[in-house]
Ligand binder design. Structure first.
Ligand code: FES
Length: 112
């Protein structure tokens, strides 16, 4: 199943946006970001304790838009590959989510 998320142009450089799908055991939370002109997606779960990264909707980046930040204990992740460079889960990574662009829409692959 492919799930359309939003117009790809809606994700501006240095910004991110969270999405929630389903309910109960089928609930999935992801976020999409654009950094260096490339759009990527990750599961919205910190490798440290599994909590969502953001406390305020769509606030995934630090102030310089260099790193993604988990607001619970301050882990910092590289946007390009989700690798944690600093914090309690240093050396671990966010889980990537496959997405592609189709007719200007950002589409989540394998949404089951
Ligand atoms: S839950 Fe993310 S740094 Fe602790």
């Amino acid at each position: 199943m492919h799930e359309p998320l939003c117009c790809v142009d809606a994700i501006a450089e240095g910004t991110a946006r969270g999405f929630i799908f389903g309910t109960g055991s089928r609930r999935r939370t992801i976020f999409v970001l654009r950094h260096g002109g490339i759009v990527r997606a990750y599961h919205n779960a910190c490798p440290h304790q599994g909590t969502p990264l953001e406390l305020v909707p769509d606030a995934f980046f630090d102030e310089q838009c260099r790193f993604l930040v988990c607001r619970t204990h301050g882990a910092r992740f590289r946007p390009a590959d989700g690798f944690c460079v600093d914090g309690p889960c240093a050396g671990r990574s966010l889980t990537p989510v496959p997405v592609h662009v189709e007719a200007e829409m950002l589409v989540l692959d394998d949404a089951d």
